[in-house]
Design a protein around this ligand. Structure first.
Ligand SMILES: Nc1ncnc2c1ncn2[C@@H]1O[C@H](COP(=O)(O)OP(=O)(O)OP(=O)(O)O)[C@@H](O)[C@H]1O
Ligand SMILES: [Mg+2]
Length: 461
């Protein structure tokens, strides 16, 4: 089952979830955990806890840790859109990227003319097919970072189609006969939205990440080896579009791997997907809708979601409607009364026997609490819980809901003892394990051209 953590700012959600995840990781050495971290705070909490462990335990955990810090100016963990290391076909990868762009479009390209949508559904996948056909002797392809060049430089596109088009005949046909045949201003109009979306990956750090040919980690490897992958987006807090793009990408790569599972296969280990206030995914309607669906649908594929929120209003409407089907609920103090009331109704069963006033005399009926009264009282209590106090509605198994709601008076203490190395130092070490220097990666990306793509010169890495 999935779990919703809800509670106003600073109530202790992230700290307690981090503790849970580290314990879970120690208990199940074979299970993978993906953590999508919007603000960097759950990453820090987890790494701090790992550093607190005795040496032997710590070393075991560290072997399973993958740290991916998006937007670090020095080091980049590459995550290209297309790679055979993902273990899916290029056609599947083309579809994945195209559908991500469609989901992001309404949020990222406000006021796009109607024709622009055609560019996303028709032109984008064909361009991506051509990119994936442009391989060198190592089987490395061109990347999304070159899409813009192909779209805007007709001569280059013609050349690419002449050299590689035979591998993707339908794309070749469409691009030569339809796309390149359009008048330049018409072409511009149709690719307007596509180019705007691709603009999200144009900062140097992002170009390095998406443009480099070899992924620093893959969901397939993480699931096979029971790794914990921490994706920290804190550095992108002021680059909303880039953050939306990159979190959507990571999410879709993980889902592509999960989608390969056959439902109810006993050989699959559960995989956890944690989203600590990942607004990029939770507030964009197209993404939210999908996330809302996955929690019940993907139970048989053993995907367990953790969603952390400060308030229900942070969810796009599509997800707002489905959020209660996620499974377990951990509620800290919530500030909004209406939300507290809704939570009360979701967490507690209606108790028809609640007595409000005892009868004054034996001959009188007691005054019964109407349902609204019962929930009003609970909602008030939910708003007034203390720091680190929470209640939990949990499933004991997929079918059995615990008949008790658990009350945690105060979440367990996280020690603040000094550690051998600081969390910051720890992050730097981990980042270098999977990372490439941004400038080396950029050199590879910038040198990619149609003449050298057959035998590229690359720095030794
Ligand atoms: N179990 C704990 N042990 C020690 N300190 C804690 C614990 N839980 C929370 N705290 C303290 O409370 C602060 C806020 O906790 P935390 O970051 O977990 O809250 P949050 O609900 O995730 O907040 P936000 O909504 O802002 O993300 C922490 O910085 C820490 O100082
Ligand atoms: Mg938090």
């Amino acid at each position: 089952m999935g779990t919703l953590y809800i509670g106003r700012q600073g109530t202790g959600k992230t700290s307690s979830l981090a503790r849970h995840l580290v314990e879970y990781m120690k208990t199940y050495p074979d299970r993978a955990i993906f953590v999508l971290d919007w603000s960097g705070s759950i990453t820090d909490s987890i790494l701090h806890l790992v550093l607190q462990e005795p040496r032997e335990v710590r070393e075991k955990i560290i072997r399973r840790l993958v740290y991916d810090e998006i937007g670090n100016p020095e080091w980049v963990v590459p995550l290209p859109e297309f790679s055979h290391l993902y273990g899916s076909s290029f056609e599947e990868q083309v579809q994945r990227l195209s559908s991500n762009l469609l989901k992001l479009a309404p949020e990222l390209v406000k006021g796009a003319p109607f024709l622009a949508g055609l560019g996303l559904t028709e032109i984008a996948p064909q361009i991506f097919r051509v990119l994936t056909s442009m391989t060198n002797e190592y089987g490395e392809t061109w990347q999304a970072t070159e899409a813009k060049k192909l779209i805007t430089d007709g001569a280059l596109l013609r050349k690419a189609l002449a050299l590689y088009g035979h591998k993707v005949p339908q794309a070749k046909w469409f691009l030569e006969k339809v796309f390149l045949d359009l008048k330049p201003n018409e072409r511009e109009l149709r690719t307007y939205a596509l180019l705007a979306l691709l603009g999200a990956v144009e900062t140097p750090e992002t170009r390095a990440r998406v443009g480099y040919y070899r992924p620093g980690w893959t969901p397939r490897e993480a699931i096979r080896n029971g790794q914990m992958v921490l994706v920290n987006g804190a550095r992108l807090i002021n680059q909303k579009n880039t953050q939306h793009y990159l979190f959507t990408q990571v999410y879709s790569l993980i889902m592509q791997e999960i989608n390969k599972r056959i439902p109810a296969d006993p050989n699959d280990y559960p995989v956890s997907l944690v989203m600590d206030e990942v607004y990029s995914l939770l507030s964009i309607p197209g993404m939210a809708e999908e996330i809302g669906r996955i929690s019940p649908q993907y139970r048989s594929r053993k995907l367990q979601l953790y969603i952390v929120l400060q308030s229900l209003s942070q969810l796009a409407e599509e997800l707002r409607k489905q959020v209660w089907s996620i499974g377990n609920i951990v509620s800290f103090a919530v500030s909004n009364f209406d939300e507290a009331f809704e939570l009360a109704q979701q967490i507690f069963p209606y108790n028809a026997n609640t007595v409000k006033l005892p009868p004054k005399a034996d001959s009188q009926q007691p005054v019964m609490e109407a349902d609204r009264g019962q929930y009003l009282k609970i909602a008030n209590d939910l708003q007034r819980m203390r720091h680190r106090e929470c209640i939990i509605r949990r499933y004991i198994s997929e079918r059995i809901l615990d008949k008790y709601v658990l009350w945690v008076k105060k979440t367990k203490d996280v020690s603040t003892n000094p550690t051998e190395i600081t969390v910051q130092e720890f992050k730097e070490t981990l980042l270098k394990e999977r990372g490439v220097r941004v400038r080396d990666a950029l050199q590879v990306v910038n040198q990619r051209n149609i003449e050298s793509s057959k035998s590229p010169e690359r720095p030794a890495l």
